[in-house]
Design a protein around this ligand. Structure first.
Ligand code: 13P
Length: 256
C-alpha cells in the first residue's frame, strides 16, 4: 500500500517571518492527520526556521533543489549534507529549474543519486510541455525523463523515490490534466517504464504525485485515481486555509 503524500512547493515565496507564520498555522490546522504524509518545501533561506516550527509535528520539510556534490566551488548552490541538516525531502528537476536553470535528465540523475546517498527523499518532477502534449509526444517524453532520472539506480534505492507528474502547461495556469488523463500517463509513461527498468513490485511501490493547479476543489478528483498518490501543490500551498482544505478534502475522499 502506497501512503498518500501531499507536499507544498512554496517556490520563491515567503520570507522567514512569512514562512514561520504559514508553517505555524499549518501545524495547528493539520494536527492529527496521519493517513496522509505531509511536507512543505520552503526556499533555502527559510528552511531552518520552518524546520524549527515543525519539529516534532506530522509535517515534514523539504528543500526545492540542491547540488549533487558534497562541497566545493559552486557559488550559490546548497549541498546534500547542508540539506540533510534541515530537511527530509528535496524536490529535484522541477520544470521551472529545467526551463530556467538548465537542469537536464543528467543533472537530475546526479541529484537523485546524491539524495539517496545522503538519506534524503527525492521528489523528482517530470512532465511534458503543451507543444509535446499537443503533438502526442507525452508518453515518449515522460518515459525518457524517467529512464534518465533512474539511470544506474538500484531497485532497493528506487523504491525510496517519490515522483511528481507535473504537466508544464498545468503549472500555475489554472488548467489541469483531467484526473483520467493524469492517471493514464502515470500508468503508461511512468509505472510501465518502471516495470521495464525494475519489476512490477518496484513500479507499484513508488509513489507518484500529481502537480499542476491543484486546489481544494479538484484535489479529491485526483487522489481517488488508482495511480495518483497525492499532490505537489504550488500556489494553493501558500495559504494556511487553502493547503489545509486540500489535505482535508483528500482525506475525506480517501475515506469514502
Ligand atoms: P501550481 O499548483 O501553482 O500550479 O504549481 C504546481 C507546481 O509546480 C508544484 O511544484
Amino acid at each position: 500500500m502506497r501512503k498518500p503524500f501531499i507536499a507544498g512547493n512554496w517556490k520563491m515565496n515567503k520570507t522567514v517571518a512569512e514562512g514561520v507564520a504559514l508553517a505555524a498555522g499549518l501545524r495547528e490546522t493539520l494536527t492529527g492527520v496521519v493517513d496522509i504524509e505531509l511536507a512543505v518545501c520552503p526556499t533555502a533561506t527559510v528552511l531552518s526556521a520552518v524546520r524549527d516550527v515543525l519539529d516534532g509535528s506530522n509535517i515534514g520539510v523539504g528543500a526545492q533543489n540542491m547540488h549533487w556534490k558534497a562541497s566545493g566551488a559552486f557559488t550559490g548552490e546548497i549541498s546534500p549534507p547542508m540539506v540533510k541538516e534541515l530537511a527530509q525531502y528535496v524536490i529535484i528537476g522541477h520544470s521551472e529549474r529545467r526551463q530556467f536553470f538548465g537542469e537536464t535528465d543528467e543533472t537530475v540523475n546526479c541529484k537523485l543519486e546524491a539524495a539517496l546517498t545522503y538519506g534524503i527523499t527525492p521528489i523528482v518532477c517530470i512532465g511534458e510541455s503543451l507543444e509535446q502534449n499537443k503533438a502526442g509526444e507525452t508518453v515518449a517524453f515522460v518515459g525518457r525523463q524517467i529512464r534518465g532520472a533512474f539511470a544506474g539506480v538500484s531497485a532497493a534505492d528506487a523504491v525510496k523515490v517519490v515522483l511528481a507528474y507535473e504537466p508544464i502547461w498545468a503549472i500555475g495556469s489554472g488548467l489541469t490534466a483531467t484526473p483520467e488523463d493524469a492517471d493514464r500517463i502515470i500508468r503508461v509513461a511512468i509505472r510501465d517504464v518502471l516495470v521495464e527498468l525494475y519489476d512490477v513490485a518496484v513500479a507499484e511501490a513508488i509513489r507518484v504525485q500529481y502537480g499542476g493547479s491543484v486546489n481544494a476543489e479538484n484535489m479529491a478528483t485526483f487522489i481517488v485515481m488508482p495511480n495518483i498518490d497525492g499532490a505537489l501543490v504550488g500556489g494553493a500551498s501558500l495559504k494556511v486555509d487553502s493547503f489545509t482544505a486540500i489535505v482535508k478534502n483528500a482525506l475525506a475522499a480517501l475515506r469514502v
